[in-house]
Structure formats: C-alpha cells, structure tokens
Design a protein around this ligand. Structure first.
Ligand code: SF4
Length: 251
C-alpha cells in the first residue's frame, strides 16, 4: 500500500517525529510550503542536501517508525506537512501508530474527514487533531483556499460529537485574518467547543504575496483579545528547542 508521505524529520529532545504528507486540497497563497517542501527547522546546509526520493509505501514508513522507536525511544508522531487527510492510507497509518502506543497529533484543514478516518480517530486513545481555521468569512475562504467553509465547520462538529480531542490553530494575517477576525474565531469556538484551545501563529510572509508579518504588538493584542474567550497558545511559547535529524529521505 502506498502513502503520500515524502519527508520525515525527528526531534531528538522532544522524542517526536514530524511526518510530512505531499499534496493539499486547499490553495492558500500564504502556505509556508511555498518556501520549502522540507521541514524548515532543518539547517540550511541540511536543506540543500535533501533530494526527493518518492512517496513511501506503508511498510517502508512503518520500518522507519520502528527503527526510530528502537534507536531514539520515540514517543510521539505529528502528521502534517501539507494535508494528511488526502491520503487514503491515513486511517491505517493512525491505527498502526496507535498500536505502537505512540501519541499522535494530526494537523489538518478538516475539509475532508472520511467516516473511516473519523472511526479510527474515535478509537485512538492518544490522538489529538489540530484543525487549522483559515478564516470564518465564507467569501474569503473560497477565494483563498479554493474550497467552501461549510464542510470544515461540519467536520468540526462531527469530530466533537465523536469525542475526538480537538484543538484549533489560526494564522494572524494583517489585512486578511486580522485581530478582529481572530477574536471572532475565538468567540465562535467558545460557543461551539467545551474548553477550547486556539494556537495563534504569526504569518511568515511568502515572497510575491501582499501580506506582511504582524508586529509583536499586533500578535500580543490578538492573543489578549482571543484570550477572553479561549485558552490561547503560540508556537513561540510551546515550541522547545530540539536537535532535528532527517529520517527520510536519507542522503
Ligand atoms: S491548508 Fe495548509 S498545507 Fe494546504 S495550502 Fe493551506 S496552508 Fe498550505
């Protein structure tokens, strides 16, 4: 069975692998993947050496996972990159990782959650889904992602009803997903989810797009205003430094 996994890094000090899927059903112009297809936490020396070696089969992927458990005592796997849910083998991947008693974090835009995937997430004891909300404005959503907002909101409801642990993430983009918009997202979550958590990321600008990085003051204000409704986290606060190695593709 083939997967859509094209890159895996391992964070030694966090005991966590970052598994990157290739391909996405959205077309966000600010997508960080436009800067590099590789994990951007790698050193520039490492980045220039990397060459795409194809998508992994499920067996080869599991072999890499088993090696990392044996060699490093790996405890966690983050499934992200582009969009993991477009991979038909994702439910099987989650089952196999869960059988190995690993913590799993699935990063997704939640546009396509199949019944099979929902069922696997429901059965998974140590799974957390991180849903990226691009904007709650339906017109902006379709304009920038190429897809309607409604299925995302519907899938948030399905995941919550199934008892899956869900947290949320959004990007502060001045002029597109502004401080006011983020406050609206926080209000929406407070009215929809019990004890919601929202990660707020500052935009990393992509050359050729019109959006700038928010200032520290703007980020602080977004955090403070959203904090009236939800528990707020930022990657700057939660991201601990760690040594990173490449598990795939190996040079
Ligand atoms: S959903 Fe994520 S991976 Fe897909 S285009 Fe948007 S930012 Fe990129």
């Amino acid at each position: 069975m083939s997967t859509r996994i094209g890159h895996i890094t391992y964070y030694i000090d966090l005991r966590s692998a970052y598994v990157q899927f290739v391909g996405c059903n959205f077309t966000c112009p600010w997508c960080i993947r436009k800067l590099t297809p590789w994990d951007h936490h790698l050193s520039s020396g490492e980045l220039v050496r990397l060459r795409f070696k194809g998508l992994l089969s499920l067996n080869d992927f599991l072999e890499i996972i088993d090696d990392a458990i044996a060699q490093y005592g790996m405890e966690e796997v983050v499934l992200g990159g582009e969009e993991p849910t477009i991979d038909p083998s994702l439910p099987m991947i989650i089952r196999e990782l869960s059988n190995r008693k690993l913590r799993i974090r699935l990063l997704t835009n939640a546009y396509e959650i199949s019944n099979e995937l929902l069922n696997e997430l429901r059965l998974c004891r140590d799974c957390e889904v991180v849903i990226g909300i691009k904007t709650l404005n339906p017109n902006k959503h379709i304009k920038y992602t190429g897809k309607p907002l409604e299925p995302v909101l519907r899938n948030i409801g399905r995941l919550l009803e199934s008892g899956v642990r869900v947290i949320f993430e959004t990007v502060l983009i001045p002029g597109l997903n502004d401080i006011n918009d983020i406050e609206e997202i926080a209000k929406y979550l407070a009215g929809t989810v019990k004890g919601p958590t929202l990660i707020i990321d500052p935009l990393i600008p992509i050359p050729g797009t019109p959006w700038r990085r928010p200032t520290q003051e703007e980020l602080s204000e977004a955090i403070s205003r959203a904090g009236n409704y939800v528990r707020v986290m930022t990657h700057e606060r939660i991201g601990k430094p760690s040594r990173v190695v490449v598990l795939y593709p190996r040079p």
